[in-house]
Design a protein around this ligand. Structure first.
Ligand SMILES: Nc1nc2c(ncn2[C@@H]2O[C@H](COP(=O)(O)OP(=O)(O)O)[C@@H](O)[C@H]2O)c(=O)[nH]1
Ligand SMILES: [Mg+2]
Ligand SMILES: [Zn+2]
Length: 321
C-alpha cells in the first residue's frame, strides 16, 4: 500500500466539525479532527482552533484531510464558554502574532479608554499589541489643542512599548508601512466602528472582505456565542483575523486585584504601596498614585485603570459572555 501523504497547514476556518486548512502551497483542504483530540482535553471546548498549525493526513480519494497533529501554540485568545459547557475554555484564535487597535485622529476622536481596555486584553494573553492611528489627513483640520493631544497620545503609547502607526486610508498615507507591519504575521485588527478599519484593509488589499472589529450589540449579548473567527490570507503573506466577538474576550473573569499587573508601567511600583492589598484607588501610601503625581505615570492611564477597576468591582466586565 502506498505511503499516506501528510501535509501541513494553518486552520483558517471552523464550522464545528469541519475545518478549512490552508496548506503551505496555498490550497485549502477541508479537514476533520481525529477523535482523540476531541477527548484529550476536557477543559477546552475546541481542541483545534482557528490559527492552529496542524499536520494533515490526506485522503487521496476525496482530497480531504484528517488532522493528526496540532503544533504547539505560541499564543491564544480565549474566553470562557457559555451554555452547556459554561466555564470551560473556548479558544477563539491561536498563534496571533500581534493585535492592533484602530483609532482615528477625529470622527470619531481617539479614545484612550478603549485603547487601555484593549491593551489590558493584550497583556492578559501576552500578545504584542500596537495602535493604528488612522485619519491623520484630518490633522490639518483640527485645533492646535486637539493636535497636541494627538501627539501626546502617540508619545504615551510609543513610550510604553506599544507602537503607534499613523495612517490615512483615504489620503492615503503609510499604507506601505501598514502592509509591512502585517506582512507574514497573524494580525488581529479591531477598533470602534467608523475609525476606518474596512477602508484601511481595502487599501492594504482590495480583495479583502473583512467585517472585523466593533461587535454589534446583538452579537455580544446573544446567547449563541458560537461565533467563529476566520483567518483571511494576505496576498503578500500573513493573515488578518476576523472575529465577530473581539470585545467579548476582553477582561473575562479577572479579579480586580490582578488588573494593575496588566498596566505595564505600574509594575515597578506595585511592591512599594503601604498596604499589600492596595487597589491603588483610595489607599494612603500608594506608590502608584505617587508615581502619577510625580509624572511617571500618565494621568490618562491612571484614569483608565480606575474606570476598569470599578467596572470589575461592579461585575460589569465580561458581560459579553
Ligand atoms: N478623512 C478620512 N476618512 C477616512 C479615513 N479612513 C476611513 N475614512 C472614512 O471613515 C468612514 C468609516 O470608514 P470605515 O472604513 O467604514 O470604518 P470602520 O467602521 O472602522 O470599518 C468612511 O466614511 C470612510 O470613508 C481616513 O484615513 N481619513
Ligand atoms: Mg467596517
Ligand atoms: Zn497602591
Amino acid at each position: 500500500m502506498a505511503e499516506t501523504a501528510h501535509r501541513e497547514g494553518i486552520v483558517t476556518r471552523s464550522t464545528g466539525s469541519w475545518y478549512d486548512v490552508r496548506t503551505d502551497d496555498g490550497t485549502t483542504v477541508p479537514a476533520r479532527v481525529r477523535g482523540k483530540f476531541r477527548l484529550a482535553d476536557n477543559d477546552v471546548t475546541n481542541p483545534v482552533a482557528v490559527g492552529d498549525r496542524v499536520t494533515l493526513r490526506m485522503n487521496e480519494q476525496d482530497d480531504t484531510g484528517l488532522i493528526v497533529d496540532i503544533h504547539e501554540r505560541t499564543t491564544k485568545l480565549s474566553r470562557r464558554a457559555a451554555g452547556r459547557r459554561a466555564g470551560e475554555e473556548h479558544v477563539i484564535v491561536a498563534n496571533v502574532d500581534r493585535a492592533w487597535a484602530v483609532q482615528a485622529v477625529d470622527l470619531p476622536r481617539f479614545n484612550p479608554g478603549f485603547v487601555d481596555r484593549f491593551l489590558v486584553m493584550a497583556e492578559v494573553f501576552d500578545l504584542p499589541a500596537g495602535i493604528i492611528l488612522n485619519k491623520i489627513d484630518l490633522m490639518d483640520d483640527i485645533s492646535s489643542e486637539h493636535a497636541a493631544a494627538v501627539d501626546d497620545f502617540c508619545t504615551l503609547y510609543n513610550d510604553l512599548g506599544y507602537p503607534v502607526l499613523p495612517t490615512s486610508a483615504t489620503a492615503p498615507a503609510n499604507i506601505d508601512l501598514l502592509r509591512e507591519a502585517l506582512h507574514d504575521e497573524v494580525s488581529v485588527v479591531t477598533g470602534p466602528s467608523g475609525t476606518g478599519k474596512s477602508s484601511l484593509l481595502n487599501a492594504v488589499e482590495d480583495t479583502l472582505d473583512v467585517a472585523t472589529g466593533a461587535v454589534s450589540q446583538k452579537t455580544r449579548k446573544g446567547t449563541h456565542t458560537t461565533t467563529y473567527a476566520t483567518l483571511h490570507p494576505l496576498s503578500f503573506g500573513g493573515y488578518i483575523v476576523d472575529t465577530p466577538g473581539i470585545r467579548e474576550f476582553g477582561l473575562l473573569d479577572m479579579h480586580p486585584a490582578d488588573l494593575c499587573h496588566f498596566f505595564v508601567e505600574f509594575i515597578p511600583y506595585l511592591d512599594d504601596c503601604r498596604f499589600p492589598d492596595c487597589t491603588h484607588d483610595h489607599e494612603p501610601g500608594c506608590a502608584v498614585k505617587d508615581a502619577v503625581d510625580a509624572g511617571a505615570i500618565h494621568p490618562m492611564r491612571y484614569e483608565s485603570y480606575c474606570n476598569i477597576l470599578y467596572s470589575l468591582q461592579d461585575g460589569q466586565e465580561g458581560t459579553g459572555r
